[in-house]
Design a binder for this molecule. Structure first.
Ligand code: FAD
Ligand code: NAD
Length: 331
């Protein structure tokens, strides 16, 4: 069975790994420069900055077992942080917060190792032919013919890819709303004198602030803070320039901490589809119609753990289908 996975985020990679463990090859296409999707770090002249997912939690037993393996492999470590709700300074719910080391993209690199991941390739069209599913790239070039597809792109992107060839799944994807997030890496001339490393601002344009160097294996200098705007602010100002967003959010940060930090650089990144607020909470973990499956955080619960679980469940479904088919062939 020729299987294509669209998206090398945590869902696509966990699916690729689960298929590989069952002895089944797949090709993973991703339009990004490397694997990771929303769990990535941006390389800058000041070092790598975690501008996407900030940490993850592990609540389910299977995911905890995977996390244990990653910890043994040295790609994941707990982040001993006690975020405060600001400015009230109440502690947030205590949790084991995990990060990849030495940067968030390290986990994706680890999962991608040994898989056929084709980065820098955007799947632009899917067509159904008698011989299978044909994927085409941005310039109309064929990317190959496949018996089964697993789409793990964010819901709106999956929806537009499936609108023609699989309207039933496209309609399911349309039901999952995704919100944007403006994220800023604030590089400072000297360390800030504040007594917390991460916080959830309870009002204003910011929803999350965190000191990079407080995460395991990150350099302490230069001091870098990650600032995330709330979904509402990001939505209202989605078309602002990165410069304007960087300036506005660093002013909001200065007001929050009641200090004016000396800023060396502001690196802003716009995530158009950051947070799957209306995730489908699909109990089996994936969507399916004929030989097309969908997985990703938007199918489950909008978190790194949910994305991993979803990709794995979809891969298991594909393995079962393959076994059913070979059983039929043999009988
Ligand atoms: P993605 O990571 O989005 O992967 C999908 C991939 O598909 C992408 O790599 C994309 O390039 C690719 N793709 C899309 N279209 C195409 C195409 N046409 N052709 C080829 N490739 C394509 N979660 C937490 O648990 N904790 C957090 O603290 C947290 N913070 C976050 C902060 C931010 C700013 C953001 C953006 C997200 C955060 N999340 C957090 C959410 C978390 O990052 C996601 O739940 C998870 O990474 C989703 O993984 P995924 O594989 O489902 O999707
Ligand atoms: P979660 O959503 O249960 O939150 C994890 C911890 O954050 C808990 O301790 C919770 O009490 C605390 N928390 C979250 N929002 C808070 C707030 N406004 N005020 C006080 N405390 C708050 O755990 P999860 O499902 O593992 O998600 C991890 C984090 O990722 C969450 O904070 C979630 O909001 C965030 N996230 C952000 C984006 C984004 O686009 N910025 C996207 C997806 C998830």
């Amino acid at each position: 069975m020729r299987i294509a996975i669209i998206g090398a985020g945590i869902a696509g990679l966990s699916a690729g790994r689960a298929l590989q463990a069952a002895g089944i090859d797949s090709v993973v296409f991703d339009k990004g420069r490397g694997p990771g999707g929303r769990m990535v770090s941006k390389r800058t002249e000041y070092g790598a900055i975690d501008l996407g997912a900030q940490y993850f939690t592990a609540r389910d037993g299977e995911f905890r077992a995977a996390v244990d393996e990653w910890q043994s492999a040295g790609v994941v470590a707990p982040w001993p942080v006690n975020p405060l709700v600001l400015p009230e300074r109440q502690p947030a719910r205590p949790e084991t917060r995990l990060v990849a080391v030495p940067r968030m993209s390290a986990l994706a690199r680890h999962l991608a190792d040994g898989l056929d991941v084709q980065s820098g390739i955007q799947v632009s069209e899917i067509t159904r032919e008698l011989s299978g599913w044909v994927l085409s790239g941005r310039h109309g070039e064929s990317l190959g013919e496949f018996d089964a597809l697993l789409l793990t792109a964010p819901a709106p992107q999956t929806q537009s890819l499936l609108a023609e060839p699989c309207p039933r799944l496209a309609a399911r994807a349309a039901a999952s709303r995704m919100q944007p997030c403006w994220s800023v890496g604030l590089v400072l001339e000297r360390p800030l004198e504040v007594d917390f490393d991460a916080g959830f601002p309870s009002s204003g344009p910011l929803g999350w602030v965190a000191r990079s160097g407080s995460r395991p294996d990150r350099p302490h200098l230069p001091e870098i803070w990650t600032l995330h705007a709330t979904a509402a602010w990001s939505e209202a100002n989605i078309e602002w320039s990165p410069e304007a967003v960087g300036e506005y959010l660093s002013t909001a940060f200065a007001e929050l901490i009641r200090q004016t930090p000396l800023v060396t650089a502001r690196i802003a990144h716009r995530w158009r589809f950051a947070r799957a607020r209306g995730a489908l909470a699909e109990s089996v973990g994936y969507l399916e119609h004929e030989d097309v499956l969908c997985a990703g955080d938007w199918v489950t619960d909008g978190r790194v753990e949910g994305a991993w679980r979803s990709g794995r469940a979809a891969a298991r479904r594909l393995v079962n289908r393959l076994m059913e088919r070979s059983g039929q062939g043999g009988g």
